[in-house]
Design a protein. Structure first.
Length: 163
């Protein structure tokens, strides 16, 4: 695990994450009620980006991942999932993995929205996600629905767990 931007808690390293904010009751990015974490920072710069204000790595605030988990647990009974969106969550992989693992341990689904191509996402992150929406947003391929552009891949691993 990378050692930058964290503090020691109980002998382990709790990473920090740069976030732009939260949506405590998101009903638009999953098929239920979700807690959404908006990661700050993205190098992709997709034309027509839905959240261009989240592209700068200088914005937002640095938060302990443990604080985010506590916030989720406070209202856990209302949530079906946690959504990881940005910015670009994969630009902060240490914090993302810590949050994904914690979400899994408390029994919520994890939805990851990323501009990265599905085959470039590491297996350890894929294994912690239930649904991944992968591929950069392409304004020329806008769908007006889900996913936002027709080049994006939706990997729904919940079906694998039922089989």
């Amino acid at each position: 695990m990378e050692s930058d931007g964290g503090q020691r808690i109980g002998g382990g390293l709790m990473p920090k994450v740069r976030i732009a904010g939260f949506n405590d009751f998101n009903t638009s990015d999953t098929d239920g009620i979700a807690f959404s974490i908006f990661f700050q920072g993205c190098h992709r710069r997709c034309p027509g980006c839905h959240n261009p204000e989240l592209q700068s790595f200088d914005g937002g605030e640095e938060v302990d991942t443990d604080e985010i988990i506590q916030r989720i647990q406070a209202n856990q009974r209302f949530y079906d999932a946690v959504v990881f969106v940005g910015g670009e969550p994969l630009e902060q992989p240490v914090a993302l993995k810590a949050l994904l693992a914690a979400v899994r341990s408390i029994g919520l689904s994890a939805w990851l929205y990323t501009g990265y191509y599905i085959l470039t996402i590491s297996d350890d992150i894929i294994d912690l996600c239930d649904v991944i929406i992968a591929g950069e947003y392409r304004q020329d391929l806008y769908t007006g629905g889900f996913p936002a552009s027709s080049n994006q891949i939706v990997l729904d691993r919940r079906k694998e767990k039922v089989a």
